[in-house]
Design a protein around this ligand. Structure first.
Ligand code: G3P
Length: 218
């Protein structure tokens, strides 16, 4: 499973990159705003800065909602850097834009996906990634992981190449469960990724090893 970090914070991206397990970055307009990145030129500069830190795919989201606008924005984003994947919302115009980008060889991430039907359409249009938002489904008492399972089944039934990118990951167990189901990618915050490191038996075991070493070498 590929690991993406879901943030526009450069320090956190650097920290995740330093762990040696990072495969890419996802961002969205809210994450950009959270870092105080506003204005077209600054946003483009920020995407470039992210691409300079990581080796993998960097999702950059369009903010137009009409086909022409999405195409114009998406083409400019794709031209920015070879690592850019154009992130497009799952709406009618977005679907058309994904099909267009697929034909042009521009990679896409279909975002704001909350149902199997939407994921099926994204795959039919040739999206590189589909982003089901599991945390936001959990928020409304619907099991987000069941959606990942169902999309996995449908994509496997027809051997769709679209990669399932589990998004809106909120905590460490989301990552573990997504890996068990067979999501191709997960994108989550740094603390959820670092949670995978933790085990009290690792800490107490190491403490004992170091204490025994110190006894024998003092
Ligand atoms: O990857 C999608 C993500 O940015 C949304 O996460 O936590 O706002 O639902 P959240």
């Amino acid at each position: 499973m590929k690991f993406f970090i879901d943030t526009a914070n450069l320090e956190q991206i650097k920290e995740a990159q330093a762990l040696g397990i990072l495969d890419g970055v996802t961002t969205n307009p809210s994450l950009m705003a959270k870092e105080g990145i506003t204005g077209h030129d600054n946003i483009l500069k920020h995407y470039k800065a992210i691409c300079d830190i990581v080796d993998g795919d960097v999702s950059a989201e369009v903010v137009s909602t009409d086909f022409e606008g999405m195409v114009k924005e998406g083409e400019a984003l794709a031209d920015l850097h070879p690592q850019i994947v154009v992130k497009v919302p799952m709406i009618k115009e977005g679907l058309k834009a994904i099909a267009y980008f697929t034909e042009q060889g521009i990679r896409t991430n279909c975002t704001l996906v909350f149902s199997v039907g939407q994921a099926l359409l994204a795959a039919k249009a040739g999206a590189t990634y589909v982003s089901p938002f599991i945390g936001r489904l959990d928020d409304i008492s619907t099991d987000g992981l069941v959606l990942i399972e169902d999309i996995r089944t449908v994509y496997d039934n027809y051997e769709f190449e679209t990669q399932i990118l589990a998004a809106s990951v909120r905590h460490t167990m989301h990552i573990v469960e997504c890996a068990k189901i067979g999501a191709d990618v997960m994108t989550g915050p740094l603390n959820a990724i670092e949670g995978l490191l933790k085990h009290p038996l690792t800490d107490s075991g190491l403490e004992k090893f170091l204490a025994d070493y110190a006894k024998g070498n003092s």
